[in-house]
Structures are given as structure tokens and as C-alpha cells.
Design a protein around this ligand. Sequence first.
Ligand SMILES: [Zn+2]
Length: 50
Amino acid sequence: MRELIALSCTNCKRKNYYITKNKRKHPEKLTLNKYCRFDRKHIDHKEAKP
Ligand SMILES: [Zn+2]
């Protein structure tokens, strides 16, 4: 039941990461502070459709 989701940068909106997660166990939207190579710094990345 793991679903593919994209993590999109909240600054430039690019989808920098693709991960899978169990939506049944974690129905809430993910927000992760990850490195964006376009902004060249750490930015919050929000869950988005792949
Ligand atoms: Zn970015």
C-alpha cells in the first residue's frame, strides 16, 4: 500500500524528490526540510502529486 509521492520545493516549486510512503499509516501531508539544488540551500519540501 505504499504510494509514490513527490516532494516539491516551497520556494521554486520544483519536484526534487520522489519517495514512497504508506498513506494509511501517514495520511497527513509531509513537509521535509531538504536540500534544493536549484536554490542551493535547504528549503521546506511539501508533499505533491508525482
Ligand atoms: Zn527550490
